[in-house]
Design a protein around this ligand. Structure first.
Ligand code: IUR
Length: 472
């Protein structure tokens, strides 16, 4: 390493990327300057693809300590612009990130419910890829909805409505796009520090007052075990708090679909049921507690319990629903359509609707989310690759719940499809996803299994100390 001192400026360090790769390959810790250099070289095109691939693999194999992870996050944020908000919104700006689930439509009622409580929610979401759905795909099942809103338009919508749900803009964290595409083709997606820096850099660029993360575990989640989910949650929370943003993670189960609908337009209908104060208790549980914790975290409620009451109130009194309709209108939906959205609207109508029957009398032990999502994707509800077209109306409604007693021959799932048609082998896979036992009826465990929060206290090495709180 050498450094050139330029009079009147900071010391500019010069590194050979090959030396940085070797250092990480050998399990050593990268300095802040080395990490900055690599991110800058990536942005200017000075780093070769082969070098980036090698460095990502070295990070995947050797890991990064919390300080390196935080530095990487900061440098990725610095690769682009950050959103700026009026001073009077300080303490009100909140968002959530979910690691992805089947039937996960929580953001749809959550953003307007928080706005109805006085928060500002500049929610940046993504599209679905693989078996989990994307929030933008769900909203785009409504005719006219546009997820492309530039920062000025976001500011205007937050002023008038309080929330918006938009796609990632090119200017925010451009380094993430380059790294992510490279990770995808170098088998380095599943790296804890790289996942952490990718997720948190995009959230940090939103200039938030508080952030909540829904980290899922289970057969249909990115993390199969609760231990892995907690590990990721600690890493995410540590970066958030170290960067000065109060951050909490919920550890939630993802074996069974959330709520009763899976598929883009059906999920909008279910989100509206929740916004009307009803809906499935799983969805309500996640919306109430995610919102409750956020209100507490940003100081708009004295406790999580009071936060939950505030969210329940705006779902009950219609103000969250009104914010949702106003947000849809502000993002391009015709006023008439925004006003009448719901189960009787044009949403979710397909040429084929078919119900499958319970094969034997017993208690519903489990409804496996992953195989259901995979069949729906094959029917056009999701994508295998980013450029695939999707059919927003394809989806399924669950007609029974986990823990419920069911009789042989009653319908348990309603599938909405067009072309391709549902095949017999897919019908069988769906039937196998329903697990019936001889057990007596039972009340399922709550979805939220743990809460990870970090006390804003510095440890000996300067990192935020994360303390886990068991809630059950
Ligand atoms: N979502 C992100 O934003 N980044 C990642 O690396 C993964 C999911 I995996």
């Amino acid at each position: 390493m050498s450094s050139i001192s330029v009079p009147g400026t900071e010391v500019v360090a010069q590194f050979r990327i090959a030396d940085v790769i070797a250092k990480k390959r050998d399990g050593l810790t990268l300095s802040a300057q080395e990490i900055r250099h690599v991110v800058k070289a990536t942005m200017t095109g000075q780093a070769q693809d082969s070098q980036l691939g090698a460095l990502l693999m070295a990070i995947r194999l050797q890991g990064m300590n919390p300080e390196e992870t935080m530095t990487l996050t900061k440098e990725m944020v610095a690769s682009g612009g950050v959103l700026e908000w009026p001073e009077e919104w300080r303490g009100l700006l909140v968002d959530k990130h979910s690691t992805g689930g089947v039937g996960d439509k929580v953001s749809l009622p959550l953003a307007p419910a928080l706005a109805a409580c006085g928060c500002k929610v500049p929610m940046i979401s993504g599209r679905g890829l693989g078996h989990t759905g994307g929030t933008l795909d769900k909203l785009e099942s409504v005719r006219g909805f546009s997820s492309q809103q530039n920062p000025e338009q976001m500011l205007e919508i937050l002023r008038s409505v309080g929330c918006c749900i938009v796609g990632q803009s090119k200017n925010l964290v451009p380094a993430d796009k380059i790294f992510y595409e490279m990770r995808d083709v170098t088998a380095t997606v599943d790296s804890l520090p790289l996942i952490t820096a990718s997720i948190m850099s995009k959230k940090m660029a939103e200039s938030l007052s508080a952030l909540i993360l829904d980290v899922k575990f289970g057969a249909a989640a990115q993390s199969p075990t609760i231990q892995e989910a907690k590990h990721l949650a600690h890493s995410l929370v540590n970066v958030g708090v170290s960067m000065g943003i109060p951050t909490i993670a919920l550890i939630t189960n993802m074996d069974t679909p959330i709520g009763r609908c899976i598929g883009n337009s059906l999920e909008v209908i279910e989100a509206l049921e929740c916004l009307e104060g009803g809906g499935h208790e799983d969805l309500r549980e996640l919306v109430l507690h995610t919102g409750g914790y956020l209100l507490w975290l940003c100081g708009q409620a004295d406790s999580e319990t009071q936060g939950v009451e505030k969210i329940a109130n705006v779902l009950r009194n219609g103000s969250a629903l009104q914010c949702f309709r106003k947000m849809m209108e502000a993002q391009g939906v015709e006023p008439d359509i925004a006003r009448t959205l719901g189960s009787s609207s044009e949403l979710g109508k397909t040429s084929h609707v078919e119900e499958l029957k319970v094969p034997k009398t017993g208690t519903v032990e489990l409804i496996q989310a992953r195989p259901i999502a995979e069949i729906l994707n094959a029917l056009g509800a999701g994508r295998k690759k980013a450029t695939d077209e999707i059919n927003h109306s394809v989806g399924a409604e669950l007609l029974v719940r986990v823990g419920q007693r069911v009789e042989k021959g009653v319908s348990w799932i309603r599938i909405h499809y067009e072309k391709p048609l549902l095949q017999d082998i897919q019908r069988q896979t769906l039937q196998d996803a329903l697990c019936i036992s001889e057990k007596p009826t039972f009340i399922p465990e709550p979805l939220i299994r743990d809460v990870i929060y970090a006390e804003c206290k510095k440890g000996e090495n300067g990192d935020a100390v994360c303390r886990e709180r068991e809630i059950n």
